[in-house]
Design a protein around this ligand. Structure first.
Ligand SMILES: Nc1ncnc2c1ncn2[C@@H]1O[C@H](COP(=O)(O)OP(=O)(O)OP(=O)(O)O)[C@@H](O)[C@H]1O
Length: 238
């Protein structure tokens, strides 16, 4: 069965992607404030410009994502840099849309991210690997597993000086929708569980986590669904 995604669902997805992904990285805006800014076009209180811009950037991003999904745009290095450029616009000084030039580290993690000079080729391999795994996948679970496994690998490459978490999580949602499966949106309340999955690379636990999130996503998606073929022409298979 196919279910078409409605404008209302994308508005809901926009607020949740913006809130949860920025809050995981420490943005202090609440989900209510995020909804007010993104849906009602109302800034509810005096707030830090960087935090405001981080959230506002998701409006451009989700519009771009819908357009890219409609045209089935493939993930490649330019695509990944363009996501970074949108999500980090006016939020990270001078580096939006550019790969890192200085080696970086993930605090507390025991791996060394890919050195800057190897980032373009590592990401090419990463993209090809993701595509290959999804093409070979025999069922939805194998697609989810490929996307999660490649998310861990993306964070190991850590291609940008900042913004790697947000770009990586945006790529999860894009990859799911491109493969016509329910999106996986990591909630800020589950940050520790998420980081633990990245730390341990325990795929069974990451899969169980993702499937719980997809079950919640299905409830929202059905509540906001459009049973007729919608002008967005984006659907997921159930
Ligand atoms: N142990 C880990 N293994 C793999 N990835 C990890 C690990 N710990 C954290 N990460 C990833 O790195 C991201 C944060 O990385 P970092 O602290 O370097 O911030 P960042 O690259 O600036 O990202 P952001 O914009 O999202 O702030 C997390 O959101 C997560 O996706």
């Amino acid at each position: 069965m196919k279910i078409y995604l409605s404008n209302d669902y994308f508005s809901d997805l926009l607020v949740r992607m913006a809130h949860h992904s920025t809050a995981i990285e420490g943005n202090t805006l609440t989900q209510g404030e995020t909804k007010s800014i993104l849906i009602d076009n109302y800034i509810p209180r005096a707030m830090n410009m960087r935090e405001l811009n981080e959230v506002l950037n998701y409006k451009s991003y989700v519009n771009q994502m819908i357009d890219d999904l409609k045209h089935d745009v493939s993930i490649n290095n330019e695509f990944i840099k363009s996501i970074h450029a949108i999500l980090c616009n006016n939020a990270i000084d001078g580096v939006a849309g550019r790969f890192k030039t200085i080696p970086n580290l993930v605090i507390g993690a025991d791996f060394t991210p890919t050195p800057p000079y190897l980032v373009p080729s590592a990401l090419e391999d990463w993209r090809a690997n993701l595509q290959y795994q999804i093409e070979l996948a025999k069922n939805t679970d194998e697609i989810i597993e490929s996307i999660l496994r490649q998310h861990i690998q993306f964070e190991h490459i850590h291609p940008f000086s900042d913004g790697n978490g947000r770009v990586g999580r945006a790529l999860i949602v894009y990859s799911c929708l491109q493969a016509h499966i329910l999106p996986i949106v990591i909630p800020v309340n589950d940050k520790q569980r998420y980081i633990n999955c990245l730390n341990t690379e325990n795929m069974a636990e990451f899969m169980a986590f993702a499937k719980e999130l997809q079950a919640n996503e299905l409830i929202r998606l059905q509540a906001l669904a459009n049973n007729n073929e919608h002008d967005l022409y984006i659907e997921v298979d159930l």
